[in-house]
Design a protein around this ligand. Structure first.
Ligand code: H2B
Ligand code: FE
Length: 318
């Protein structure tokens, strides 16, 4: 009755290759759909990800000039926006990643370097994945402090847009926050709750993930700042969500901002191709984590409790 789930970090190998779209199948409206060179590149990077096994380093990729130019464009557009609207934790960590040479403007960061940086901070590691996983598989990784992450670059024709997670979203949006201990524990709590959970509970957890890890806001000295990766990697939506005045020329209505409450967030529906009409704002990352833990312990139906044993990188069930 309880679905299979991994009990040791090495068992993530069994789910890492279960991508929903073979990892590199592009839909007809993808900006790279008609670009044979791009498609070939995606296939190559997908096959490297699919060969990856626990215990080895993420593959080193030699990025092309074209990919590096896209990276620079994304970097230059996002940096001034995150400086204004990202939470303090994000900015402090990014400053450290820059000073250690892990994140640079003129070179695309290598996943293994990002992973080593995070591992030293919170024990989180990054492992390659070819494309989108199911919510269950993706969240199961977080239980082991593992973040499944893509290594390909979005198509150069639309540098500020991607219909799917790409390395810019992972590295600029997600990675820095995993170096924060509260955020790391928050993410792992969602992951642990997803192990062997019912379909309904996985959906609730994925919805909480959406409104926090992707689009979460947090209060900082009276101002609203972003910690969610969907915001931190989206030049337009970051300002839309965080600016107290609407962006110039915008015909958009201001979004609603509600207090972070996983009991409420878990049942909200949301658009995936437009800016969010509602964001949830936590008082602090610590408060966000505590509420999430409460919800995982009391708001779900699973008849057992899963805890992570760090030294053995395994999960214990009781
Ligand atoms: N798969 C991958 N590869 N990256 C993600 O960011 C991702 C995913 N997000 N699968 C998941 C789904 C998320 O949308 C939630 C948990 O459903
Ligand atoms: Fe994401």
């Amino acid at each position: 009755l309880v679905p299979w789930f991994p009990l040791h970090v090495s068992e993530l190998d069994a789910i890492a290759t279960r991508t929903l779209d073979a990892g590199a199948e592009l839909k007809s409206d993808h900006p790279g759909f008609h670009d044979a060179t791009y498609r070939q590149r995606r296939q190559m990077i997908a096959s490297l990800a699919n060969q990856h096994k626990h215990g080895s380093l993420p593959p080193l990729l030699e990025y092309t000039e074209e990919e590096i130019a896209t990276w620079r464009t994304v970097y230059d557009n996002l940096e001034p926006m995150t400086n204004k609207f990202a939470c303090r934790q994000y900015l402090d960590i990014v400053a450290e990643m820059r000073s250690e040479g892990v994140v640079t403007r003129d070179r695309i960061p290598q996943q293994r370097d990002v992973s080593a940086f995070l591992e030293e901070k919170t024990g989180f590691t990054v492992r390659p994945v070819a494309g989108l996983l199911s919510s269950r598989d993706f969240l199961n990784g977080l239980a082991f402090r593992t973040f499944f992450s893509t290594q390909y670059m979005r198509h150069h024709s639309l540098p500020l847009y991607t219909p799917e997670p790409d390395l810019c979203h992972e590295i600029i949006g997600h990675a820095p926050m995993f170096a924060d201990p509260d955020f790391a524990d928050f993410s792992q709590a969602i992951g642990l709750a997803s192990l062997g959970a019912s379909e309904e509970d996985v959906k609730r957890l994925a919805t909480c993930y959406w409104f926090s890890v992707e689009f979460g806001l947090c209060r900082e000295e009276g101002e609203v700042k972003a910690y969610g990766a969907g915001l931190l990697s989206s030049f337009g939506e970051l300002e839309y969500a965080c600016s107290p005045t609407r962006p110039a020329g915008g015909k958009l209505e201001a979004p609603a901002i509600e207090a972070w409450d996983p009991w409420v967030a878990a049942h909200r529906s949301y658009p995936i191709t437009e800016y969010q009409p509602t964001y949830f704002c936590a008082e602090s990352l610590q408060e966000a984590k505590e509420r999430m833990r409460d919800f995982c312990e009391q708001g779900l139906k699973r008849p057992f409790h899963a805890r992570f044993h760090e030294l053995s990188q395994s999960v214990w069930v009781d």
